[in-house]
Each structure stands twice: as C-alpha cells, then as structure tokens.
Design a protein around this ligand. Structure first.
Ligand code: ZN
Length: 282
C-alpha cells in the first residue's frame, strides 16, 4: 500500500474547520494545530481500518519498521491510581456502599485492580480493552477485563473512567456519547489526559508524541467543552506536571536510543496531566 491510500485528510475534529499549521512531524506523520480552536491532530491521518488494526494488535505496520505499542504492565500504576482515586473519590469510599465502575481502554487492568482494592464490598469493577494482548494478559490474571470496544458493553455503571485514552480516539464526540449511554442518571466520568494543545509548541512536550498511535491532543478548554456539550459538570480538576527530574532521565535514555524526544528542563514546561472528575447533570 502506498501512503496515499492508507491516509485521509480530515477537518479539525473539534471545530470542523480546515485551517491548520504544521505542529510536529514524527514517524512519517504530521500533527497540525487548528488556527481556530488550537486542537492538535494528525492530518492526514491513517484510514479507519488501519487505526483499528493498530488499536487491536498493538502494531502499526504503516510506520517504517512496524512500530509496536503494546508495552507491558506497570505494577507501579496500580499503586499510583489507587492513591489518586482514594483522594479524589474519598466521599464515595466513605459512603461504604457497593458501586459499579467501568474502565474504558483498561490496558493490562491496572485501574480495574486499583478500584477493586478500594471499592466497598459487593462492588462491580470491570474493564473493556480493544488491544488483544493486553486484554488477554488481564484475563489470565483474573481481572474482569473484556476484550473489545465500548459497543460490546451492555450494562450501565455509576462510574466510568477513560485514562490516557483520549489521544487514541480520532473523533471524541461519538465516543463520549457512547460513554454517556453506559452511565446511570447522575453517573460520574473520570477523564485523564494531557493539555498538550495549550503549549507554545511541540518542544515543550516532555514525552514522545507517539504518532500515529496518538491522533489528537487537546487543551483544557477542549476537554471542558466536550464535557459541557455532553451534559457533564466538572466536580474537580487536578493538574500534575510530567516534566520532573525522573522524566528528564527517561527522555535522555530515549534520546540515546535514537527516539525523537525533545529534552525539556524539569519544571519549566506548561504541560500538565489533567484529572477531571465530572458528573452527568441529570
Ligand atoms: Zn479546530
């Protein structure tokens, strides 16, 4: 296949306009920034069948050398999610009533494991993950993670989470609608992603962009806009910085391995990871 029949030109997924300037180039793909709303998105982007191939197998054959993005389970994530969720949902745990929680894009099941360990007895904590090797790992380790997409989920939940998944989704509006349909009235949504579109440029990003595994990068106003449109109210937002000294050490290791990362001096970037606790208004 040649590049021209594996990619398609798209308009800005947030505001629908087609006026953007080049923002970054990585792995043979270009991310552009919308001049109107400032969303950053890959354009041209892989056709939907190629996006699905990458999401389901964890391998991007459209990238020279076949970029593999499966990664591996990080035990530290369970500890870190547990700490964050304990703090941000203290009222829920204190109420001591069984809950239902769905983690979307559950990966190796780290969030499912974290919620399970702190949720009251009798709670239903499940995950859905389209990448087969990840879901299989979770399943083999007795975590309740189903392999597939959100349309395979038939039940409703009091809580849904989407953690570091946003950038993989080519068009977030229909996805958020699907999430909403799986929530009970006044259901809650825990949404975690970066504010990369708020930065002055890609040199301020303290991590790899991972194009075209990552297709869209938002700013805080995009995330608030999506939630508001879909009928969610933000209850709480935490902003944490990824440009730590530990991150610098990782960047340097990536650089020596020939990866395309910019070296960002710790504690200087405007980059933040946003953790948003939102609730359906009705
Ligand atoms: Zn736009």
């Amino acid at each position: 296949m040649t590049k021209s029949n594996t990619t398609e030109r798209v308009h800005c997924p947030y505001c629908g306009t087609d006026d953007a300037s080049t923002w970054a180039v990585e792995n043979g793909y270009t991310a552009v920034q919308c001049r109107g709303c400032r969303l950053v998105y890959v354009n041209p982007r892989p056709v939907s069948s190629l996006i699905a191939d990458g999401v389901e197998t964890g391998q991007h054959n459209d990238v020279v050398g076949g970029k593999v993005v499966i990664g591996s389970r990080v035990a530290r994530k369970v500890w870190s999610f547990r700490r964050v969720l304990r703090r941000m949902y203290r009222d829920v745990w204190n109420a001591d009533r069984a809950i239902s929680w769905l983690d979307i894009g559950a990966g190796f099941g780290e969030v499912v494991e974290a919620v399970q360990s702190i949720a009251p007895r009798g709670s239903r904590v499940q995950g859905i993950e389209p990448m087969r090797p990840k879901a299989q790992w979770a399943h083999a380790h007795r975590l309740d993670v189903q392999c597939g997409y959100l349309d395979a989920v038939k039940e409703k939940y009091q809580f849904a989470s989407l953690i570091n998944v946003f950038s993989h989704i080519p068009d977030f509006r229909p996805m958020l609608q699907q999430i909403k349909e799986r929530l009970e009235p006044r259901g809650e949504f825990f949404f975690v992603t970066g504010n990369i579109a708020d930065l002055n440029g890609s040199r301020d990003v303290p991590t790899e962009l991972n194009l075209p595994d990552h297709l869209v990068f938002a700013g805080e106003h995009h995330l608030r806009g999506y939630l508001d449109e879909a009928g969610f109210e933000c209850l709480q937002i935490e902003r944490t910085r990824p440009d730590t000294i530990i991150n610098l050490a990782k960047q340097l290791v990536h650089k020596t391995r020939g990866k395309n990362v910019s070296i960002v001096i710790p504690y200087t970037s405007g980059c933040r990871s946003l953790r948003i606790r939102a609730r359906l208004k009705n």
